[in-house]
Design a protein around this ligand. Structure first.
Ligand code: DX5
Ligand code: ZN
Length: 218
């Protein structure tokens, strides 16, 4: 199995120097750029919206992995697609018709992801697996960077992998990811590791390679 991709979350970046920070993680070897959008309503924190994404789009050619923690989400999908998102991930709780939302993302030409909060069972996505490209397993409650990893996420990754079966769907893990848990997550079946605070620590290149090594040393 290929080692997991690394997707640094810019939520942990210095926002006063956002363009430089994105350039730095690109040069440090990030595979994707993870972008956390929060509305102060679906989650108890506000981050930024599509204009910020459009502003940093020229800085890198790496895929923009946009994690939408907003409700409602449907009215904003087109704006995020136009701003330069390559992948859009939504939470099942963010709207009444998850299947329609995922189809709308694909109709915009983007990869569709669905995110499972720590308390959301894997069964919540049983009936949308044929319209998703990625399942995001949250290993913290969404809203803030720098929280402690919830170990149950490791078994959940394995359960998602089993539910996916032969389908061509990536499993991503987000929240408290570090070299301490990257190996177990990779063994369980994670294909993409999101990390904020463990990468934006002043030495992104070193942190990304430590995470990569830990994820490969299964
Ligand atoms: C949490 C966000 C995460 C967060 C990860 O709601 O979805 O992407 O920024 O940050 P760390 O790696 O610091 O937990
Ligand atoms: Zn995220």
């Amino acid at each position: 199995m290929a080692p997991p991709l690394i997707a640094p979350s810019i939520l942990a970046a210095d926002f006063a120097r956002l363009g430089d920070e994105v350039r730095a993680i690109d040069e440090a070897g990030a595979d994707w750029i993870h972008i956390d959008v929060m509305d102060g309503h679906f989650v108890p924190n506000l981050s930024f919206g599509s204009p910020i994404i459009a502003a940093i789009r020229p800085v890198t050619s790496k895929p923009f992995d946009v994690h939408l923690m907003i409700a409602p989400v449907d009215p904003y999908l087109a704006a995020f697609a136009e701003a330069g998102a390559d992948r859009l991930t939504v939470h099942p709780e963010a709207g009444p018709h998850l299947h329609r939302t995922l189809e709308a993302i694909r109709a915009l030409g983007k990869s569709a992801g669905v995110a499972l909060n720590p308390a959301t069972p894997v069964s919540a996505i049983d009936h949308v697996l044929d319209v998703v490209d990625l399942v995001l397993v949250m290993s913290v409650n969404p809203g803030f960077g720098g929280q402690a990893f919830i170990p149950d996420a490791i078994d959940k990754v394995a359960a998602v992998k089993q539910a996916i079966g032969e389908r061509d769907i990536l499993i991503e893990v987000d929240g408290g990811v570090s070299p301490a848990n990257a190996g177990a997550l990779a063994t369980a079946g994670a294909n993409v590791l999101v990390a904020g605070s463990s990468i934006f620590d002043g030495n992104p290149a070193g942190s990304i390679s430590r995470l990569r090594e830990a994820a490969s040393a299964q």
